[in-house]
Design a protein around this ligand. Structure first.
Ligand SMILES: [Zn+2]
Length: 476
């Protein structure tokens, strides 16, 4: 019994609709996937002496679209509330600009070049101990709901989860319509409600909702940011990559994205309200974050997974747990690799190996270096953020760019030529770190084979869902 209220179907078999939702297109679900060769946890009952954990990840959510820092006109009351009542990290960076690499870092506390799930076919290695495995070993009931096939069980992301529910909407043959690949966050919330009702405490519930990931298509009620627009971008899935878009077209695309952000926030709000109405919110560590941001032509491109500029690295990060985490706004730079060490410290669980991240329960050094990396589809880039300085190196073509984010937050003015010594020092640290990470990865692997899942080995519906989201047939 998986505990979710929705249907459980064998892969590839049409399932009945979710609770109270009449879907025109059947969902394809995978649930309760067996998890590797690691020891099974004890099932003996134990009083609930530890807090529940809700890890709520919004795919593709830019930091500047939520909370007090929102500069976009978005409406995110649920995130705003968490930011008020929790520790709000105003300068949180993703360790990569695409889903699999970044989620791998959230679950392991390791940078992508250490955990290894950073390439198009690469999987999260079984020898790593994920948050789910660690919490399950400590008698947590563990469950995940994911809506992006990039973290499917076929890529090893089900490790440690008693239940791993994958919601990938099957599309009809023919032309893909905007929104068709998306399982909406309100549908996810329906599933979560049902699971929470039956969950044994303490629980670890990990959620990856996919709106506002492209294609952008908010429900009508949330399409309120520029809905008066009439033009070609609403129905043309390729519109965002066209080079003849007018300023109005671009505004409309951004508005659709904002609508999805607001919609997702409403779903999060329902989830928080449910926990609160049942008296469980304050007994639950709530972590809100995203795996990466999104580009909207700031540097000429769109979507994500191609650059390491701040529009794709800066993400929300909020931890709400009033019993142990004071509500404050933290401005020092932090990384999503810090989530695992922070959570384990809150729960009093020992780390299985040294993390790349640090616990955010202590104040971080202002001079700490935070890194990001992208090794995807032939791209090889790394960035290092230290104080107000940020160096981006393209290791494929040798280009480099240094920015002073205090004076130039938009990363428009390359200061390489005026800062040779600084660049040399930062570059040397990046190279040293890369070597250390490679050694560490090999040491942790200790002879185990590198794990990959080529696209040709994917279940058919998962491959189609990836295509519909712009993966496989597109670098994004
Ligand atoms: Zn993503």
């Amino acid at each position: 019994m998986d505990g979710f209220g929705g249907p459980v179907a064998e892969y590839g078999r049409a399932a009945r609709p979710l609770l109270g939702l009449a879907l025109a297109i059947p969902l394809v679900l995978l649930a309760g996937v067996a998890c590797g060769q690691k020891p099974e946890p004890s099932t003996s009952p134990e009083p609930c002496d530890r807090p529940n954990v809700l890890l709520y990840v919004v795919d593709t959510l830019r930091a500047d679209h939520i909370g007090r820092d929102a500069a976009s006109g978005s409406e995110t009351p649920a995130a705003d509330r968490l930011a008020r009542e929790g520790r709000f990290f105003a300068n949180a960076l993703a360790p990569s600009s695409w889903t699999r690499a970044s989620i791998g870092s959230i679950l392991t506390g390791l940078y992508p070049d250490v955990h290894g799930a950073q390439g198009r076919d690469s999987a999260l290695p079984a020898h790593l101990e994920t948050l789910a495995e660690l919490l399950r070993q400590h008698r947590y009931t563990t469950a995940a709901v994911v809506t992006n096939p990039n973290v499917g069980s076929f890529y090893g992301f089900d490790q440690g989860f008693d239940t791993y529910l994958q919601l990938f909407e099957r599309r009809e043959p023919g032309r893909i319509k905007s929104g068709e690949a998306i399982v909406r966050s309100d549908q996810v919330t329906e599933q979560l409600f049902s699971w929470i009702d039956d969950a044994t405490c303490p629980f670890f519930l990990s959620v990856l909702t996919i709106d506002p990931h492209w294609p952008y298509g908010p429900p009508t009620a949330f399409d309120r940011f520029g809905a008066e627009y009439s033009g070609p971008v609403d129905t043309d899935k390729l519109a965002i990559k066209r080079d003849d878009l007018t300023p109005a077209d671009r505004d409309r695309i951004r508005a659709l994205y904002r609508g999805e952000v607001a919609f997702n926030d409403a779903s999060l709000g329902m989830l928080l309200e449910k926990l609160e109405s049942e008296g469980r919110l304050d007994d639950t560590i709530v972590i809100l974050t995203s795996d990466h941001g999104e580009e909207f032509w700031e540097h000429g491109g769109v979507l994500h997974g191609t650059t390491l500029y701040d529009e794709v690295l800066r993400v929300p990060l909020i931890i709400r747990y009033p019993k142990a985490v004071t509500a404050e706004r933290v401005t020092s730079q932090v990384s999503l690799v810090d989530i695992a060490p922070t959570l384990l410290e809150l729960l009093g669980i020992d780390a299985p190996y040294p993390f790349d991240g640090v616990s955010l329960l202590q104040s971080a050094s202002e001079n700490r270096s935070v890194h990001a990396m992208l090794e995807l589809d032939g791209r090889r880039s790394r960035s290092m953020s230290q104080s107000s300085w940020k160096l981006i190196e393209n290791w494929r073509n040798g280009s480099r760019a240094l920015f002073d984010l205090d004076r130039d937050p938009g990363e428009t003015k390359n200061l390489i030529s005026e800062n040779r010594e600084r660049v040399s020092a930062m570059s040397a640290e990046m190279l040293r770190l890369r070597r250390a990470h490679r050694q560490r990865r090999e040491a942790m692997r200790s002879g185990a084979p590198v794990q990959t899942t080529p696209a040709t080995d994917l279940p058919d519906d998962a491959r189609k869902a990836l295509e519909a989201l712009g993966y496989l047939d597109s670098p994004n």
